[in-house]
Design a protein around this ligand. Structure first.
Ligand code: SF4
Ligand code: F3S
Ligand code: FES
Length: 247
């Protein structure tokens, strides 16, 4: 069954823009990205939208749909009523290039700042990992880099001035993955706390709520990382060891 849906889409660039109303055909089984594509094909050929896989795997089609950060290709039209107006806006935390396309280079800059895996003198094949360590990494590596978690986190969503000091949940999770890797020899606690702003996170869990891969970012990465940082700072043995230069 087809019907005509009311869409309100943000059109504009970094300097200026507005929400524009459209009425677009919807067919059974379609997702929001299908409707945006139909809009491009029939009424707004210059509408800018970033997408690639249409399967929830490339992380390109992030947007805000009725104010919720979501992947457009994974948001079924059947989640809305037929008379509802569906508002699609670009993710808010990153600067708009045009229409629904934002400049997410903040994230790539943060990624580059994280020191890579450091196995020390250990050669490949020289260490064994426990299954639970493997599973932890596997969970974090489900990340498709849609940056919806970084987009929703209030630390940078509402505070542009925090961006230099805060890497966001996606990259704090990456630091946690390396810190908890049994073969990584770098101490990542100071990097997380001092260089990438772990202390800004007050565990609101909004990042976990929007993650399309259902990664438990807060419970499995951020909180354990905070515990490790606290252990380093407040454990008297760790403190003594650091004073003696052996921890
Ligand atoms: Fe997206 Fe989840 Fe990865 Fe964040 S952790 S970038 S929400 S897939
Ligand atoms: Fe932000 Fe997630 Fe912490 S939304 S405040 S990084 S729990
Ligand atoms: Fe690839 Fe949506 S188009 S995640």
């Amino acid at each position: 069954m087809s019907y005509q849906a009311k869409f309100r889409v943000w059109r504009g660039d970094d300097g200026d823009g507005e929400l524009v109303d459209y009425t677009v055909e919807v067919n059974e089984g379609e997702v929001v990205l299908d409707i945006i594509h139909r809009l491009q094909a029939t009424q707004a050929p210059d509408l800018a939208v970033r997408w690639n896989c249409k399967a929830g795997k490339c992380g390109s089609c992030s947007a805000e749909i009725n104010g919720m950060p979501r992947l457009m290709c994974m948001t079924r039209m059947s989640t809305f009523t037929e008379d509802e107006t569906i508002t699609v806006t670009p993710v808010r935390t990153f600067p708009v290039i045009r229409d629904l396309v934002t400049d997410v280079s903040f994230n790539y800059e943060k990624a580059r700042q994280i020191p890579s895996f450091d196995p020390g003198d250990t050669k490949p094949g020289e260490f064994r990992m426990m299954q639970q360590d493997v599973q932890r990494s596997q969970e974090f590596r489900k990340c498709i880099e849609c940056f919806l978690c970084n987009n929703v986190c209030h630390v940078i969503r509402d505070h542009e001035e925090n961006k230099p000091q805060f890497a966001g949940p996606r990259f704090l999770m990456r630091i946690a993955e390396l810190e908890m890797h049994p073969a990584d020899e770098s101490d990542r606690r100071q990097i997380a706390q001092d260089d990438h702003g772990l202390g800004f996170c007050n565990i609101t869990k909004c990042c976990t709520e929007v993650c399309p891969e259902h990664i438990k970012i807060t419970d499995n990465a951020l909180i354990p990382m905070k515990e490790r940082v606290a252990g380093k700072r407040y454990d008297p043995l760790v403190w003594l060891g650091s004073k003696l230069g052996i921890v």
